[in-house]
Write a protein that binds this ligand. Structure first.
Ligand code: BEZ
Length: 209
């Protein structure tokens, strides 16, 4: 069965390009952006790996560790990283899981047989420091992911946790946020002393810093 939002991500020990990791220990007090891709030395994957490497500072600002996976071995991954660095003008330092036996890909339901029996599709799991799955996204092999959206959703999850708010469509940092319907107006006055706009009883906007 596939993993659902709120589930604890299964733990595993595996070889990666930066050595063996115990997944939960490696995440520690950070967030994790765990993402799979079909194969090393393929074009779309090369651009995605490069983009993730280029965004290292943005992930670090969000206390988020990227972890890649494909169903290839460490040796292939390491040779491919040289190519990624060369073609995408970057230095890739985050680990990539070696999953030649597809064990981890199967654990996370990353193999969708109507796409391929052996290679992973483009799965995304955002996992929080409690090791809970907070977001899942699945892209087909032919479509590269939008990394602005990945950073945006981490921002939205972290803003929600910190402020007890929800975020509207296309929200980005600095935009107004939504007071959840579970918070009464009486409580909202106390919780959001900066005030709020009530457009409808169920649609209330406020600002967070
Ligand atoms: C790619 O990364 O370009 C790719 C990999 C597998 C299938 C289709 C595209």
């Amino acid at each position: 069965m596939s993993l659902r939002i709120g589930d604890v991500a299964p733990n595993f020990t595996v070889e990666t390009t930066t050595g063996e990791i115990d997944f939960h220990d490696w995440i520690g007090d950070s967030w994790c952006f765990f993402f799979s891709h079909p194969a090393d030395f393929t074009p779309v994957c090369t651009t995605e790996m490069g983009r993730t490497a280029q965004l290292a500072d943005e992930f670090a600002k969000r206390n988020t560790k990227p972890l890649g996976l494909s169903t290839d071995g460490v040796k292939e991954h390491l040779a491919w990283i040289d190519d990624v660095n060369d073609t995408q003008n970057t230095t890739l330092i985050f680990p990539i899981v070696a999953d030649a036996d597809t064990k981890i890909a199967q654990l996370f339901d990353m193999i969708h047989p109507n796409e391929s029996d052996t290679a992973a599709v483009r799965s995304v799991f955002i996992i929080d420091p409690d090791k809970k799955v907070r977001l899942t996204m699945t892209y087909p092999m032919s479509v590269g992911r939008n990394f602005d959206e990945i950073l945006r959703v981490i921002d939205a999850l972290q803003a929600g946790d910190k402020n007890g708010i929800a975020t509207p469509a296309d929200w980005k940092v600095g935009d107004k946020v939504i007071i959840p319907p579970s918070v009464s107006n009486e409580d909202a006055v106390k919780k959001f002393p900066q005030g709020f706009d009530e457009i409808r009883p169920y649609l209330r906007y406020t600002s967070i810093s």
